[in-house]
Design a protein around this ligand. Structure first.
Ligand SMILES: [Zn+2]
Length: 385
């Protein structure tokens, strides 16, 4: 054969045995071995059929990555999941390395402006006014880190970005009801991105699902640093910005906790009342209600939390017109955005006692985002191999 490295001739040296691991267990086989006098020995078959460095077949690699991505830990994936799904016995570290390598490959593909599959325009659901709506959101979540050799390291914040088509909550009898079979569609991106790169990639995903064809664009974020601006810059077409309701209610909850540290019932009742006011009367109403709250003297922690909550709400008043959003049948994020962070990142990377390396954080985030997106995305990635 021609040596793939130097293009000189490489001589056939005979057949060499190998036992790659397939999903049906190890397979004993022989494949041709060639020798180039400049570059050394080569077995082109291994690469052509797509064996991993650990000699897994492509299907075994996909299954291993799936187990590593979805199980609670790489160890659980190795010992309890893979052994049941397939005739594969792998060590925890092989499951980890295989998964992380796949996540790395996915991250590189996305960075190289590759898309998985062709354009796939969604049928955007209509709001109460009959306008089709497309949603984007961005959030960040802290992941505990550990440096090389187990030394402690400061936590990192992966971003979770999302373009989505939620099923709207329309008034009874609305002619724009999407039908009983309608489901939410979403594409996620997650990882240790800088915002500029994430913007490029999220716009590409939005293009793939035909966001341009939706009449109304809606952006949901928390009040976190730079998040709102990210959406303004990347999706400038008449974007309506909404402060994610769930995050806003967290600030109310923090205040209710300081007011009623012990009496859980009173705290819950107060929080429900405030949330109701915020949802049905809007941001200004809840701010004025909190401003009029009688604060007992000599309680500095209460005063501090009162100020924190009020400042947060005041800073976001321009996107807290919840009564209007609700009347339009828009999603105000009492679920979807928080659940993106939770389902994509937290449920795998923030389990009790977990510490991650920087690369592993990024790579597993990519895989989780891919898996949580439409199922065709996961398939498209694995069909590239
Ligand atoms: Zn050579």
């Amino acid at each position: 054969m021609t040596c793939p490295t130097c293009n000189q001739s490489a001589d056939f040296q005979g057949y060499r045995p190998l036992k790659p691991l397939s999903i049906l267990g190890p397979i004993a086989l022989q494949r041709a071995y060639y020798y180039c006098h400049r570059c050394g020995g080569t077995v082109p078959w291994d690469e052509q059929v797509g064996l991993t460095p650990k000699r897994l077949t492509p299907a075994a690699e996909e299954l291993t990555t799936l187990a590593g991505t979805l199980s609670n830990s790489f160890g659980e994936g190795a010992e309890r999941v893979l052994t049941k799904l397939a005739a594969m016995k792998l060590s925890e570290s092989t499951v980890q390395r295989t998964s992380e390598a796949a996540g790395h490959r996915l991250g590189e593909l996305l960075k190289k402006k590759k898309v998985l599959g062709g354009p796939k325009p969604w049928r955007w659901h209509k709001d109460a006014r009959g306008m089709t709506c497309a949603y984007v959101s961005l959030d960040a979540t802290g992941v505990p880190q550990q440096g090389p050799g187990g030394i402690s390291a400061p936590g990192r914040m992966p971003y979770v970005a999302m373009v989505f088509n939620p099923v709207p909550d329309l008034p009874e009898g609305s002619p724009y009801e999407p039908g009983p079979k309608a489901t939410m569609q979403s594409r996620y991106l997650a990882g240790l991105y800088d915002l500029e790169e994430l913007g490029v990639q999220l716009r590409r995903q939005a293009g793939q699902v035909g966001m341009n064809q939706a009449e109304q664009w809606i952006g949901l974020t928390d009040g976190g640093n730079g998040l709102e601006n990210f959406l303004r810059v990347n999706f400038p077409r008449d974007l309506v910005l909404i402060l994610d309701f769930w995050h806003a209610s967290e600030y109310l909850s923090d205040l209710a906790k300081v007011l009623h540290p012990v009496e859980e019932e009173s705290r819950k009742a107060l929080l429900a009342l405030w949330c109701h006011t915020m949802k049905h009367k809007g941001g200004a109403a809840i701010v004025s209600e909190l401003e009029g709250l009688p604060l007992p003297p000599r309680k500095p922690s209460l005063k501090a939390q009162h100020e924190t909550t009020l400042n947060y709400l005041r800073n976001n008043l321009h996107r807290m017109d919840y009564p209007t959003y609700e009347a339009n049948g828009w999603c105000i994020g009492s679920g979807s955005v928080e659940s993106a962070c939770k389902t994509v990142v937290n449920q795998r990377l923030k389990l009790a006692g977990m510490r991650w390396g920087e690369d592993g954080t990024d790579e597993v985030c990519h895989l989780r985002a891919l898996f949580r997106s439409e199922s065709s995305q996961w398939d498209a990635f694995w069909n590239l191999a």
